[in-house]
Design a protein. Sequence first.
Length: 367
Amino acid sequence: MIEHIDMGKAKIIFTSLIMVCTFLYSCKYKECKNELLSSNLDNALQVKATSILENKLIELNALSGQAIIMEIQTGHIKAMVGLDRKDSADYQPCKNFSQAHESALIQPISILAALESGKVTLSDKVDVGNGIYSIQDRELKDHNWHRGGYGELTVQEGLAVGSNIATYKTMEKAFGDNPQTFFDLLANMSYGKPDSITGIANLKPAHIVTPKDNNWAKSDFAWSSIGYNQQISPIQILTFYNAIANNGKMIQPQLYKDSVVVINPQIASRASIDSLKKALVFNVTDGLCQPAKSDKVVVAGMQGTSSLSTNEDSTKDMYAVEFCGYFPTDNPKYSIIVSINKTGLPASGGLMAGDVFKKIIVNLKQN
């Protein structure tokens, strides 16, 4: 008797087999035999995360996506999925985890730096007006500018609704006299680390345009504080959020079992870290991150949507929709980043990447 094969499951298994074969092919067998045996990847979780991400990419007709799951205390990478589609074909495994781009996920990190300045608290009021803010000859807009903006918000509320203006005005208050101090703080907090990870080829230090660069313009500070004028990979963003969950201790991500390596023992003061952690929970319970909310466990995180390129035909505009977070909030065990590249609107990190995050959490809770 011939049994019918579920083509969806067969596709997932085939995809996972390709990833393993690609890994073996890229290594010399003798050198990689021990590394493969001591990999931190959870094979079942890798397959499930691949399926969840692929389904979302198909739903969105997206170009590519990544999902990375890391243990907070050890830095062990439990799943690392990359999918890419070329020439309208099916999604294929992609190992380009070093690919960097601009990311709106910096916004909570900007707020953390502002808290460290001592000039800002999360309860401070910020007036974002009608959602359009003029900065020299440019306009900074909130996503709801066409609906009249948010008016007056607290710093925490501004972060929760993804207000670009609230983030920039907060940064202006903290660093307006000397924007370079913000970038110095980012360096001290090890933002953009690590510079290399065994098993991830061509990873480079994050690149950020600062006032020290020749092409710096005064208006650049606004766009830098919300995620532009930089190139950073998802694994580097995840490393920073993992440090937030770990009370400020930044751990080196590891694909292979090894001793824990500390990149930075304390990226910021415990008081500032604790304040930001509360804000990241509020994002999920009351903000635009609610699609990532789970009825199984309390989670914390941030959504982000970045415009990567624009065209005369707006349907071809490129966006990065992302979510990065961790759970459970009372004793964090896992941090996760989901990053999806798609063309055209709608584009929402919370609705799109946040939904993938939520489904991965369900699977982790079942394990």
